[in-house]
Design a protein around this ligand. Structure first.
Ligand code: SF4
Length: 547
């Protein structure tokens, strides 16, 4: 295989349409690679750019479906569970204009892919029904019916959107619209045509065939976890995530030397401790038991945690209180700003637990804190490490519009381990948050924790996805097990491997990678921000001794 453009195939599981669209737009804008996103959507009706709702026969909300506008050609279509959606994001060789001829050629290649896969699966009488786009069963027969819709966008030789193949969806959703605005024809599925096949098998065949026809270089595939059938219920997540609370401190396991830290409660450390208590402030440094607390606090930096200590999620690696969250504290933003002033911080980092109990996920408190810090400390750079706000565009835009100097949102682990490590979050959603922030013109940052069972290659794949959505800063650090109810440490990654990931990430186009056993998301946050041009107007005063 030529060393041409990598072809990155991602099975992303069930993804909300708006998250997938933001991810597509991010990869379209920033990636030099080719991608094929394969997924199922939550129920949604989508309208092409020129479509009207005249072909929508009943309110989507009646069946719990969304209605979204899409920047693609074509009329109305439905996406939902049991339907394989594929978004090829390709650089079509030799195609510059994206004229009608190019678009027709490309649509033909997408139809060809789906037709060949259907035939491989045993659906012989399948093909095109001119002049209609899509893939049809018995196209020449008395009652052609559509098994796959095609809706693409081609501009400057780049492709977006793609196909939707009905594997085994609830076909009653299609009765609530005139599919693709085409009257007089029905809609079917592989299952309805007697082809009993799993989504996974269809994904494997589509991925294999797509690589054969579109890959110009090495193929790299990563899948979010397929629902495991060999384990009961949610035995594949940590006891902590199952709501059994924190366990005992883990047995003292022989940590490698490079994981040992010197406990140094120096004068600056003690001053900060006093300041945090005096201001009734919470830091993730203390809450998460961060190994770098002595290093950072003696360096006069800390990461503030707003919106309380109680999280509405329970990720398998995180030492957090999961009792019912309390009301947010309107006085907290000013207290954080005062502490930043007292510490003379050049770079302030603010994070929070996930607050899915709040309509905006806690976004408004981030905005208030950014504004308060800026009001009291005009020159201080502000970095916010935010939860995904359930991907809600309005809540995210609230934070983006406050123009933080660095917008940080953690991916935490590789696609395959998302369900085990952070079941309330998702790979596609987190990448879409980063893509949206980038599209809003912000400096973006994210983080990976290793030693949770991932392979080195999977980390390379995640780094490529960060580069694909234009992420500016990535941190990679070793997982430490908080309690026996949290996920076990699967391996101690060697320092040399961290060094290789730094080189690989920067080779892939990520401007700055901070990678090391003790690295954490906001470790050396100021230095990492400066490395990508985010400068603070506040001179750095190391270990400023109290007056
Ligand atoms: S969402 Fe964040 S704070 Fe909550 S459990 Fe997960 S990692 Fe911890």
């Amino acid at each position: 295989m030529s060393s041409g453009r990598p072809f990155r195939v991602r099975w992303l599981g069930r993804v909300r349409y708006r998250d997938a669209l933001a991810l597509q737009q991010g990869l379209f804008a920033d990636s030099a690679d080719d991608h094929l996103l394969l997924l199922e959507h939550h129920p949604v009706y989508t309208l092409g750019v020129r479509a009207t709702t005249e072909h929508l026969l009943a309110p989507p909300e009646e069946v719990g479906a969304d209605l979204e506008r899409a920047d693609r050609g074509g009329d109305i279509t439905f996406h939902g569970p049991g339907q394989l959606v594929g978004y090829p994001l390709l650089h079509l060789p030799g195609k510059r204009g994206g004229g009608m001829a190019d678009t027709v050629d490309y649509v033909r290649s997408v139809e060809g892919l789906v037709i060949d896969v259907c035939r491989e699966l045993g659906l012989a009488d399948v093909g095109r029904l001119d002049p209609y786009p899509g893939v049809w069963v018995r196209p020449d027969g008395p009652d052609p019916r559509k098994v796959a819709a095609i809706g693409v966008r081609l501009s400057r030789g780049r492709t977006m959107h793609g196909f939707a193949l009905n594997v085994d969806p609830d076909l009653s959703f299609f009765d609530r619209m005139v599919p693709c605005g085409i009257t007089g024809y029905g809609v079917t599925s592989l299952a309805a045509e007697g082809v009993d096949v799993s989504m996974r098998e269809v994904v494997d065949r589509v991925a294999g065939r797509a690589a054969r026809i579109w890959a110009q270089g090495p193929v790299d595939r990563a899948d979010v976890a397929w629902r495991r059938t060999d384990v009961e219920g949610d035995a594949d997540v940590a006891a902590f995530t199952r709501g059994e609370g924190p366990g005992e401190p883990p047995p003292v396991e022989r940590k490698p030397d490079w994981m040992k830290v010197r406990l140094d409660t120096g004068p600056e450390y003690r001053r900060l401790k006093g300041l945090m208590r005096g201001q009734s402030l919470v830091t993730v440094c203390e809450e998460a038991g961060c190994p770098n607390i002595f290093d950072c606090w003696n360096d006069g930096t800390a990461t503030f945690m707003i919106n309380g200590e109680r999280c509405t999620r329970a990720c398998g690696f995180c030492l957090v209180d999961t009792r019912r969250p309390e009301a947010t504290d309107p006085g907290e933003p000013v207290r954080v700003a005062d502490a930043v002033a007292e510490m003379g911080l050049a770079h302030a980092v603010v994070t929070a637990v996930a607050r899915d109990d709040l309509p905006d996920g806690g976004a408004a408190e981030f905005v208030a804190t950014i504004r308060a810090i800026r009001a009291a400390n005009p020159g201080t750079a502000v970095e916010v490490l935010i939860p995904d706000c359930k991907g809600d565009p309005e809540s995210l835009a609230l934070v983006f519009d406050a123009r933080p100097d660095v917008l940080n949102h953690n991916l935490e682990t590789v696609a395959r381990l998302q369900r085990t490590v952070r079941p309330s979050a998702s790979y596609a959603r987190s990448l879409s948050v980063l893509a949206r922030a980038k599209a809003a013109g912000l400096t973006t940052k994210s983080s990976l924790i290793v030693g949770l069972g991932e392979t080195d290659d999977e980390i390379d794949g995640a780094l490529a996805d960060f580069a694909g959505v234009g992420c500016d800063i990535v941190t990679i650090g070793q997982y430490l097990r908080p309690t026996t109810n949290h996920l076990p440490v699967e391996r101690w990654v060697e320092p040399a491997t961290f060094d290789r990931w730094k080189q690989e990430g920067e080779r892939l186009g990520i401007p700055h990678v901070e990678s090391g056993p003790l690295v954490r998301s906001s470790y050396h946050a100021r230095q990492a921000a400066e490395a990508v041009g985010v400068a603070s107007a506040v001179p750095v005063t190391l270990a400023a001794t109290p007056a």
